[in-house]
Write a protein that binds this ligand. Sequence first.
Ligand code: ZN
Ligand code: ZN
Ligand code: FE
Length: 753
Amino acid sequence: MGRRRLRIAGTVQGVGFRPYLHRLALSLSLTGTAGNDDEGVWCEIQGRRADLDEFEARVAVEAPPLARVDSVLSADVAAVEGERDFLLAPSTPGSDTVTGTVPPDVAACPACLAEVADPGGRRYRYAFTCCTDCGPRYTVVRSLPYDRERTSMAAFELCEACEAEYRDPADRRHHAQAVCCADCGPALSLESVSGEPFAGDPISEAAALLREGRIVAVKGLGGYQLACRADDSAAVARLRRRKHREEKPFALLVASIAAASELVQLDDLAERALTGPEAPIVLAPRRESAAVAVEVAPDTRLLGVMLPATPMHTLLAAETGLTLVCTSGNRSDEPIVTDDARVSDELGDIADAALRHNRLIERRADDSVGHVVHGGFQLLRRARGYAPGTVRLDRDGPAVLAVGAELKSTVCLALGADAHMSVHLGDLEHPAALGAFETAVADMLALTRATPELLVHDLHPEYLSTKFAASADLAPRLGVQHHHAHLASCLTDAGFRGPAIGVMFDGMGWGPDGTLWGGEILVGDAGGYERSAHLRPVHMPGGTAAIRQPWRMALAHLHEAFGTDLPPIPALSGREADVVQVLDQCRPSQSILTTSMGRLFDTVAALCGIAGTTTYEGQAAIRLEQAAGPDVRRYPVEISANTPTVIEFSPLVEAVTADLLAGRQPSVISSALHRWVADVAVASAQHAREMSGLATVALSGGVFQNRRLMQLLVPDLEQAGFEVLRHRQVPPNDGGIALGQAAVGRATLSGRG
Ligand code: ZN
Ligand code: ZN
Ligand code: FE
C-alpha cells in the first residue's frame, strides 16, 4: 500500500478533470482526494503500488477531451489511515480566479447528441442538452469562478433528476454547470420578429419556414445568426439586400460531416477542425456539384462550412434536410445582436421569424473561421470555441495588457505564463464594437483581478484602441509598431523566442517614419527589430478612399512606374476624368505614402479589371487569388542594395502592363503576381540571412491569409534552407496583433528590469 500526491498542470479546470480523476481512481480501487488550486489540479491517491503506477501512467493519456495536460509531477506521501472513498475537494472561490480562465464554449459532444436523438430518453429533442464535455461556457458566464450561480443558467433551478446527475461524481454531468433538461432548463420558441409566438414545435416550424425560402433569426451561443436555405438564389439575394451585405461570403451550416463533404473537398486536417469541439467555420474548395447558390460566395470558389455547435443547430439542420446559410445576425458589419430586446429593432426588417429561447447570452462570441493551408489549420477569426482561452508563453512575467489594432480587434492580457486572448471583437469604428472592446478590457481585468504594469497599444494615433489607451488611466503606456507586433505575435504563437527574419506582408500599419507600412522584412524579436527591407513607398491618393477604390492605387503605382504618360490600360478606361485629380494627389503635401503589400494586390486586381472598387475588406485580394491560373510565369524581381533594402515594384507594374496590353488573361497575371510576391519574399529573406546570419523566417500580416501565396512561399523558403514559422493559434491578420503587443510589452519590461 502507498499514497502519492500528483500535481497536474495545463488546461485542467472547467473541463471535467476532477470527476475524471474520480472515475479513474474508482476503476483502480484507489481512495484519495482531488481539488483545484491556482496552479491546476492536485490529487492524492492511495492503494496498491501497481495501481498507483497505472493511475499515473493513464492520467494524462485518458484525460477528458477538453483538457490539455502540460505536466504531471508526483511524490510519495504518508498513507492516511482508514480512508474509504475518493473525495473531491470543493473549489474555493478565488482559486480559479487566480488563473482567470473562463473556458470557451464547446460544441455538443457525441454522447449528448445521441441522447437528443434517442426517443426513449429524457433528453429527446432537447435543444440545450450538454454535459461536462460540452456545452456553453464563456457565453453564459457572468463572473468567476465558473459555477452555475454565476452564469445565466442560474435562472433555471435544477429538477431532481438533473440535480442527481450534477451531484453524482460517477456521472458524465457531475459539476456540469449548464446541465438541464426540458423539465428545468431553457425552452425554445419561434416568434415573429415583433414577438408574436408561432403555434407548434419551434424547430419543426422554423424548419418549415426555412424550406419555404424564409429568413429566420436563430439565437446561437454567442449571438443571433441569420439563416436561410443556401440553394435558393432568391432567398440568399433577399438576405444580402436586407442585411446590406453585398458580396462578402456567407457561411453555411450542414447537419453532418458527410453533408459537408458533399459541398467541399476536405482533407484530414479540415475534417478534424470541422468536427472538433470548437466547431469553427472551415473554408474549403467547393465541389462542382455543391447545391449552393452563387450568391452565397460570389467572389470565391471556397465555401465556409460549419457543423452544428449546439443540439438546437443539430435539430434544425437535420429537420430542414438542407444546407443553410448561417451568418452573423447583424446589419452589415456591426457586432452581432445578443440582446433579445434588440432583435426586433436590429433584425426586424431582415428576418421573417426568430427562433429564440429564454437563456440570456452574457457575452458575445462570433463564429470562428479558419482554413487548412499548406498542411496546417490556420485561424482567420478566433472567437466562439477558441476564445477566451490562452496562448502559452515561454515564461512568467508581469501583467501586461495589450489593446490590439483597429480592425478585427482583440485584446490580450499576459498574466503569469499565459496570454489571455479575448474573442474577436469586430471593427472598432462601429460604436457597438467599441463598446464590446471596452467591456472586454474591463472584463479581462475583473475576471483575472490583474493590475497591469504596462498598457500596450498600436502606434497609429487614429486607432480607437490607441485613443482608448491614451485616456484609460490603467498603467504606463507603450506604443508598439504594428509590424513589430505582427512579428512578435508569430514568434509567440510558434513558441519561438527569436530572433528571426519576419516577412510582414499586410494591409497597413503606422510606421515610425509617418508612412503606412505593410510590405516589410523585419529582423528581430519581441525585444526589438530592424527594418531590413520594404516595398518602395507609393502615394495613397485620396487616403482611405484608396482602400475601397483599388483603381486609385493602380493609378498611383502606374504613376510611379511610368510618370504622367500612363499606358492605356483597358480596365481604367472611363477613369480619364479622375486621372488628373488622382495624379495631383500623388504629391507629398496631398497624400500619405505606403509600402503596403496588400495595396499592391489591390493595384494588380484593379489593373486586371477584377476589382475597381470593393465592398468589403480584402475583396480585391480574394478575387485576384481566385483568378490565379497555373503557375507558369515569372515577373522580374529587383531589390536595391540600400539599407534598408528597397523592393522595387516598377518592374512588376511594367510587366503587368505589358501583359495586359498584349491581351494576357487575369489568370496568367494573377498567378505571376503571386509567384512574384513569393520570389520577393525569398530574395529579401536571403538578403536578411546574409546580413544577420539568421535562418528562421516568421510569416505574419493579413496577406498571409492568401492560400495561394502560402502554398508557393512555404516550400520555397524551406527549399532555400529556412525554418518557417507560421500562425497556428491566433490569426495572421490584425486579430493576432494584441498577442504580439503583449509579448513586446513583456520584453520591454524585462529589458528595463
Ligand atoms: Zn456532452
Ligand atoms: Zn432537469
Ligand atoms: Fe496588420
